[in-house]
Design a protein around this ligand. Sequence first.
Ligand code: URP
Ligand code: ZN
Ligand code: ZN
Length: 465
Amino acid sequence: MTHDLLIKGARVVSASGTTHCEIGIKGGVIATLGHDLAGTEVIDATGLIALPGGIDNHVHISQPSGPGIVMADDFTSGTRAAACGGNTTVLPFCLPEDGQTLREAVAAYRAKAEGNCLTDVAFHLIVKETDPVTLGQDLPALIEAGYTSFKVFMTYQGLALSDRQILEVMSVAKTHGAMVMVHAENEDAIEFLRDRAERSGDTGPYHHATTRPVPVEREATHRAISLAEIAGVPLTIVHVSNGEATEEIMRARQRGLTVFAETCPQYITLTADDLDRDGFEGAKYVCSPPPRTRDEWDNIWRGIETGVFDLFSSDHCPFRFVDTAGKDAPGARQSFRNIPNGIPGVETRLPILFSEGVVKGRLSLDRFAALTATNHARLYGLYPRKGAIMVGADADIALWDPTLTKPIRQVDLHHGSDYTPWEGFEVTGWPVRTLLRGVTTMKDGAPVATPFGQHLSREAPDVLR
Ligand code: URP
Ligand code: ZN
Ligand code: ZN
């Protein structure tokens, strides 16, 4: 067979292990893994590592963010940044505007993404209403149409659901076959601590962290797991930040429950002290759960190394810093309460984990691929089309130079935000070329294609099939 494209010379992290072979691509699909293949076009990848294109299953793009607040990325800039960071698929969350139904919100997001994406895209839903139409009609119809995962919040006014509501949502997931993702922080406890901090004059960005301490997350993680046990569903705890929440997940698994867990770069590289930087700089690091301590980095690493964590995602939720529609929102300098939550990270997620994990000897290449692509595809109904370098899969591949060392710098990034929380952070190992279905989307750090990303309809998560 003559392939359209051959990738030669790379060390290939394939579904069946890491080996030196050629990758033959035809019609956008991996047709052959072998030697002495024939191809019309050849990429010489000598010295590089071929990894599955990253799947980032936790990103927020063009999401409604409150009156006057605008997310820094639309689908053009968000997926451009993703591609430049070695990703080929992203899964943003679809949050209905006030008064919009879930089905209307999905249609609106699809329209915003259409024709603008440099990665493939699939959507998770956010369930913030539990009225009969949402639970009885919209959710079942959307699950049937391939929107097989949704997030519920235990925090944020206007989004947080009560325990009863979460059980109702989980019950729909059980009946119709979907994965529930939970943001586990106790809203009542946060409100109590927040009011107390404000009364004491503790209003700077640092107090975003002190009013969301570890027990707030640990308690909610335990409760979310208990609710899932009562409803009889598997669940995913997203963006876990600390050791005590990780222990809740381990204990649940020991009891035989099916609990998946996700963590993010901010929980192995940033601390609450970053929120205490001079002036208003700390606002750049305000996200929930907040970054913790160096000791918690070790706890999270233990969870990554021992397999507690299935997913390493970015929780990319970008706002501009010098912008009253972003971090400098009205009232934000008076109280941390008014600082939009979230940090940009879709372009830096993979290099940070590669550098901190693979290069520093904590992760094998196989485990890196699982944490950044394969498990995401399996858990969210995209496998085997996505998530692994294997015959029959889409030719979604990132070529990595494991020796390239340079710091993360805002000037080199492609997101819509005007800063990166990792400015100056030294990284060894960068993706130098990204291919989506066999077409190069990034070369040497720059985007090179016009957007051709597709919307992906999904199957049920592997664990439910
Ligand atoms: O601060 C964060 N993480 N913002 C994004 C929304 C969320 O909770 O995932
Ligand atoms: Zn969240
Ligand atoms: Zn998020």
